[in-house]
Design a protein around this ligand. Sequence first.
Ligand code: ATP
Ligand code: MG
Length: 138
Amino acid sequence: MYKTILLAYDGSEHARKAARLAGDEARTHGATVVVVYAYDAVPEWLGEPLFEEALSRRLVHAESIVDEARALVGEVASLEIEVLEGPPAETILRVAEVRQADLIVMGTRGLSGLAGMLLGSQSQKVVALSKCPVLLVK
Ligand code: ATP
Ligand code: MG
């Protein structure tokens, strides 16, 4: 029985499938879904007002990404959102620890999708370092 399912969502096609699957698993297990989206840090050297503008653009975009994830997951007992600044894999792993996730669901590939790579670098890192099971969706 899963209690807390972490969905790592970047808006890619694989992540969309992962979101649907995370929703199905959560309904089966009565689990909470925690949606994680990590955005790139805004460089401080931009200075004001550019820093503030870039940050608010990132946050507006993040909002639309997580809205999409929420819709794809569908009705679940409980859904929480974590939008955090930082490198994706590290952020996903940190949230998984703090929230004591018992399953991480993510795509095999993401937005950048270099043709030669079999698995995205964030998926690779999470699979290698996670303490809980990871479900990679394709
Ligand atoms: P790479 O980023 O290594 O060039 P990629 O974009 O194809 O290649 P990943 O970034 O590893 O591959 O994406 C695999 C999965 O990781 C995505 O389907 C998504 O579930 C998750 N993911 C990627 N980036 C983020 C992010 N910024 N926030 C949350 N989850 C993410
Ligand atoms: Mg990526």
